[in-house]
Every structure is written in structure tokens, then in C-alpha cells.
Design a protein around this ligand. Structure first.
Ligand SMILES: Cc1cc2nc3c(=O)[nH]c(=O)nc-3n(C[C@H](O)[C@H](O)[C@H](O)COP(=O)(O)OP(=O)(O)OC[C@H]3O[C@@H](n4cnc5c(N)ncnc54)[C@H](O)[C@@H]3O)c2cc1C
Length: 409
């Protein structure tokens, strides 16, 4: 029986389209199915978040032809400053860690890019690619794996066939659930309040992370005198703050934000995201793979979720492209196991590392405060360690797949 495409991708968020484009470049066809309509996705108010893209992710987006479409909206990250803080007191200096782009030989550590630009560029690129079929506004309700096929059934009753089924369908992956894949995770008891602000003074490309007792506050530089805010709070506090009008919201934000950038005001809508950790216990099965948040949904504390998703995209594409060159079946578990093994160390260490950092910092225990202050002060005085952190954050160390080096798979 013929396949509709080589790969069926459920999920047209960010990682699904990125995988489709990467596989198209490597000669494979795919169908991207998403429950949301293109019009809903192109709405400017769809999602207020911005992404801290590691240098390696920027290289992948460049290799896929996406970067030239969004570069003018991206803000290079030149410095990162991480400090302990308390509402009303602002950051507690001198216990701070400073990371500087000058510590990288390869260029800037990364970029901040708003979701709206990235999402639109990915949608336009998959719509224009002859190797990709985009089925927007269609929901997958069932799936079936046979010896020769991966099949999905849409709500309309239509069935599609491919050699491989990829779940890029987010944190509550239906593809994973229907395949009987269990998940491990927990709620953080935190909600992220997300918005953009305009400020009087220039940010000079500095990203700030303040560790507050209920959760971290990230201030990420955007082009111009604007920054994106990811502000994690205990759910009851977050619900109260989210319910305030814009003036009340700013009044709550100001003492946490501090006055180092002068007067601030809201730029655009506000959003709220409950935070949890959710890891799929298996990321591959016969003719099936999970990528992006469907594989690992992590805390946004270090802005690594989408970067991890793009690492999935890069390794899976390379493994599939190599298999095709050798004449192997791309849905075979032997092939997919290579992807799992390649990603396994990074995905587990990152998820648990972010979890540990969040637990260590999101509290007001005086002993932990002293300990983390000393730890930050120590790291700040060790250039070799700082350089290791910077290179890790940029995604350029370790066994990096070709796309993350900016080369075709
Ligand atoms: C507040 C916040 C800030 C963040 N900041 C950063 C950052 O700075 N840097 C970073 O790297 N990451 C960041 N992240 C993480 C990042 O947002 C996610 O990792 C990324 O959006 C996941 O994309 P995805 O494509 O895997 O999943 P999603 O974007 O969740 O897409 C899944 C898609 O699947 C579709 N779908 C689901 N079920 C079906 C079905 N049955 N049929 C058809 N379609 C279906 C949905 O409609 C959806 O479009 C942040 C996250 C949060 C919450």
C-alpha cells in the first residue's frame, strides 16, 4: 500500500514544522497535521512568549532558511546576569553571575525572538514547500501501527499513511498516549506570567534572571527599548496578579523588576502559563517517535524547552537521512533507537538540572540563600567554569548533529 508521505507529523506548533522542513531538505516528504486553523495561529495575539534561542538553534533555523525571514526581529544576547532577589528589594548584589558573549569564540550566545515572528515564518515555509502537505484545522483521533505502515485517522474519518509517525503534539501528547507511553513529571506549583514591557533606558543586550522566593523572573531583551518578561509566581499570587488591570499589574511588577531600566510600561497583551515537568518514559517505538514538548516539557527557567525540541529535530533528521542513504526502513525501531540514544543523556540531564535549579532557588530559606549566593560568587570568579556554562547555553559543546552546526543533515 502506498504512503501519503514518508512521515506523518502530528502537531504544527514549532517543532513539527521545523522537522518537516529539515526532512524535506534531506529529501523526505511529510504531512503536518494540526488541530488549529492557520488563521488562529497567524493571529498576533496567539501567544505572547519570546524564545531565548541558543546559537546552535539559530544555526539550525538558518540552515532551514527560516533565519533570514526573522533576523530583523531578533535581539542578540550579549550578556546574562543571574542574581538572587526579593520583591521590593530587587537583585541582591554582589552575589551575581555574569556571562558575556566575549567568552565565546563562535559569536553571540543566542538571540531573543518573539513567538509571532517565528511561528509565521515556519508556517509560510511549510506552506511553500512542495515536499510538505499542511493539514491545518484537522484533529488526529486515532492511530495504528502495522508492519509496513503508520496510520492516523482524522476527525473527518480520513486515514493517512506514512512510514513513520512523529508526535510533535505538545505536553499532553495524544500520539504518546495512544501508543501506551507513560509520562513522568510533577507540577511546579508555579504559574508563569508573560508579557512585554517598554523601558526608558537601553538594555544593552543583557538578559536578567532574578531568583525570587516563589519562582524566577526573567527579563529578556527585545529589539529597541523593550524586554520580554517571564515571571513565575505561586499560582494563587499569579491568579490574583493576572486578574489586575494593566496599572495594577505594573504596580506589582515594578518592585520585582527594579528601576535599573528606568520607567516601564506594558507593550501588548499579558499571558499566563501553568508550569510543570512532563517527560515521556519512551521517546521511540516501532514506526513512532516523540519530539519537542511531547518528548520533554521542561521548566522555562533557562529558556531551553524549544532549544531541546530543535535538538530532537536535528538528531532525528540526521538519523533518518543516514538510514535512507543506506536503504534502511526509516520507521524501523533499529533506526529510531539511534536517535533515542543520541538524545538520551542531554534530555535527562537538562530536565533534571532545570528542576534542581528551580528547587534550589525558588525559596526564601536563609541557609540556601547564603549557599547559593556563595556559589554564584564563586562561579563568577572562575573564568573556565563561566566559559563552560556559556558554551553549554549556546548549545555548541558535545556531540552536536549537523543541523545544529548550521549544515544540512
Ligand atoms: C512561559 C514560557 C516561556 C518559554 N520560553 C522559552 C525560551 O525562552 N526558549 C525555549 O527554548 N523554550 C521556551 N519555552 C518552551 C517552548 O515554548 C516549548 O518548548 C515549545 O513551544 C514546544 O513546541 P512544540 O511544537 O513541541 O509543542 P506545541 O507548541 O505545544 O505544539 C503542539 C501542537 O500540537 C497540536 N495538536 C495536539 N494534539 C493534536 C491532535 N490530536 N491533532 C492535531 N493536532 C494536535 C496542537 O494544536 C499544537 O499546535 C517556554 C515555555 C513557556 C511556557
Amino acid at each position: 500500500m502506498t504512503h501519503d508521505s514518508d512521515i506523518l507529523i502530528v502537531g504544527g506548533g514549532l517543532n513539527g514544522p521545523a522537522l518537516a522542513l529539515a526532512c524535506a531538505q534531506a529529501g523526505m516528504t511529510s504531512t503536518v497535521i494540526d488541530a488549529l486553523s492557520t488563521a488562529a495561529r497567524e493571529d498576533e495575539g496567539f501567544d505572547g512568549r519570546s524564545y531565548a534561542l541558543a546559537l546552535a538553534s539559530q544555526r539550525l533555523l538558518n540552515a532551514l532558511g527560516i533565519w533570514p525571514r526573522v533576523a530583523e526581529h531578533a535581539q542578540p544576547i550579549l550578556h546574562i546576569v543571574t542574581t538572587d532577589g526579593r520583591p521590593g528589594e530587587g537583585p541582591v548584589l554582589p552575589f551575581a553571575m555574569h556571562f558575556d558573549t566575549a567568552e565565546m569564540d563562535e559569536g553571540v550566545m543566542g538571540y531573543i525572538l518573539e513567538d509571532r515572528y517565528l511561528r509565521r515564518a515556519l508556517l509560510e515555509a511549510i506552506e511553500a514547500n512542495p515536499k510538505i502537505t499542511h493539514r491545518a484545522g484537522e484533529t488526529v483521533v486515532d492511530q495504528n501501527i502495522t508492519a509496513s505502515d503508520a496510520q492516523v485517522t482524522l476527525a473527518s474519518g480520513e486515514t493517512l499513511r506514512g512510514a513513520l509517525l512523529v508526535g510533535a503534539d505538545g505536553r499532553r501528547s495524544g500520539v504518546g498516549m495512544r501508543a501506551g507511553i507513560q509520562r513522568t513529571g510533577w507540577d511546579y506549583g508555579q504559574t508563569a506570567l508573560v508579557c512585554a514591557v517598554e523601558h526608558e533606558k537601553p538594555h544593552e543586550g543583557t538578559a536578567h534572571q532574578f531568583f525570587m522566593p516563589h519562582g524566577p523572573l526573567a527579563i529578556l531583551p527585545l529589539p529597541g527599548n523593550r524586554s520580554s518578561i517571564v515571571w513565575a509566581e505561586a499560582p494563587e499570587i499569579a491568579t490574583h496578579i493576572a486578574g489586575l488591570d494593566d496599572a495594577g499589574f505594573l504596580e506589582a511588577l515594578r518592585p520585582r523588576f527594579g528601576d535599573f531600566l528606568g520607567e516601564i510600561r506594558l507593550a501588548g497583551k499579558r499571558f499566563a502559563y501553568p508550569l510543570n515537568l512532563t517527560m515521556a518514559n519512551q521517546t521511540v517505538k516501532e514506526r513512532l517517535a516523540l519530539i519537542g514538548d511531547a518528548a520533554q516539557g521542561v521548566h522555562p527557567i533557562a529558556g531551553q524547552g524549544f532549544n531541546q525540541g530543535l535538538a530532537d529535530v536535528a538528531t532525528l533528521t540526521q538519523v533518518l537521512a543516514d538510514a535512507r542513504r543506506r536503504g534502511e526502513d526509516i520507521g524501523s525501531i533499529l533506526v529510531l533507537e539511534r536517535h533515542r540514544q543520541w538524545r538520551s543523556f542531554d534530555r535527562t540531564t537538562l530536565a533534571l538540572g532545570m528542576d534542581a535549579v528551580n528547587r534550589l532557588f525558588s525559596n526564601d530559606n536563609p541557609i540556601l540563600r547564603i549557599g547559593r549566593g556563595l556559589g554564584m560568587g564563586l562561579i563568577d570568579r572562575l573564568p573556565a567554569l563561566r566559559r563552560t556554562f556559556v558554551r553549554e547555553a549556546a548549545g555548541v559543546s558535545g556531540d552536536v548533529p549537523n543541523l545544529l552546526k548550521g549544515r544540512p543533515a
